[in-house]
Design a protein around this ligand. Structure first.
Ligand SMILES: Nc1ncnc2c1ncn2[C@@H]1O[C@H](COP(=O)(O)OP(=O)(O)O)[C@@H](O)[C@H]1O
Ligand SMILES: [Mg+2]
Length: 243
């Protein structure tokens, strides 16, 4: 569904993303992990048209979309969420989600109906009339997913949607993400919560200083010496081995 080849982008002298090639097969949940500053979010920005790559190609659903603008990529079926959630304050949850739905649905009523359906899917069904600014952190994260989902994506890129959530909120959101995949949406997720990475993704890619250093099933990757040295640390690796 997504094939990224040799993707690179420098900011000044810093190679934020350096020759990254990865694939996401249709119908899967795939993850991208690595330490802070590794270039994960920049990868998402390059893939979804928010930044232009210096080098490399992005092929989505068989089309070379390198250099396309985000709205055109979204219309073809790929959207990302943002790590820093910025809902439209003064607007309800329903209205916030309907903004995403408007991409395909011109009619206001149809967009609002779509918003309600999507709100149910992410567990915000009882929050539709609430001002988006009044949501908890966990609620805002769900809203961010809902806004993306309302555009009817084929591929959804989730950027740390579990950051800032407590363990019980994380447990609650894992089945929500799995259910989105079960609706037919392929998912690529950036996540630091290793428990979620292990439970959700069949394949993981590990980025460090702009470069991929490992890939494979999360369990295998968590035993990789380079991944332990660059990211997990021996303590976490030990805990994951016995999880
Ligand atoms: N717009 C930008 N301008 C300059 N430097 C940036 C920009 N975006 C990201 N960077 C730098 O690129 C590196 C990778 O950042 P990022 O992709 O956000 O990493 P991650 O999401 O893995 O934490 C970091 O060193 C960051 O400071
Ligand atoms: Mg990031």
């Amino acid at each position: 569904m997504l094939e990224v080849t040799g993707l690179s982008r420098a900011f000044g002298g810093l190679k934020a993303v350096d020759g990254v090639s990865l694939t996401v097969p249709e119908g899967r949940i795939v993850s991208l992990i690595g330490p802070n500053g590794a270039g994960k979010t920049t990868c998402f920005a390059l893939i979804t048209g928010f930044h232009r790559p210096d080098e490399g190609r992005v092929v989505f659903r068989g089309r070379d979309i390198t250099g396309w603008k985000p709205h055109r990529i979204a219309a073809l079926g790929m959207v990302r969420t943002f790590q820093i959630v910025q809902p439209f304050a003064g607007q309800t949850v329903r209205e916030n989600i309907a903004v995403g739905a408007h991409m395909h649905l011109r009619e206001r009523d149809a967009a609002l109906a779509k918003a309600e359906e999507v709100a149910d899917a992410v567990g915000l069904g009882d929050r539709l009339g609430v001002d988006a600014a009044d949501l908890t952190v966990a609620g805002r994260k769900r809203l961010e997913v809902a806004r993306a989902l309302a555009t009817d994506p084929k591929l959804l890129l989730l950027d740390e949607v579990m950051a800032g959530l407590n363990p019980s909120e994380i447990r609650d959101v894992i089945p929500v993400i799995r259910a989105i995949r079960d609706r037919g949406v392929t998912i690529l997720l950036i996540e630091h919560v290793m428990q979620a990475v292990m439970e959700l993704s069949e394949h993981t890619w590990v980025l460090n200083q702009g470069r991929l250093i490992a890939e494979g099933p999360p369990r295998d990757v968590a035993r990789d010496g380079q991944v332990i040295a660059a990211y997990l640390g021996p303590g976490m690796a030990e805990r994951l081995a016995h999880a």
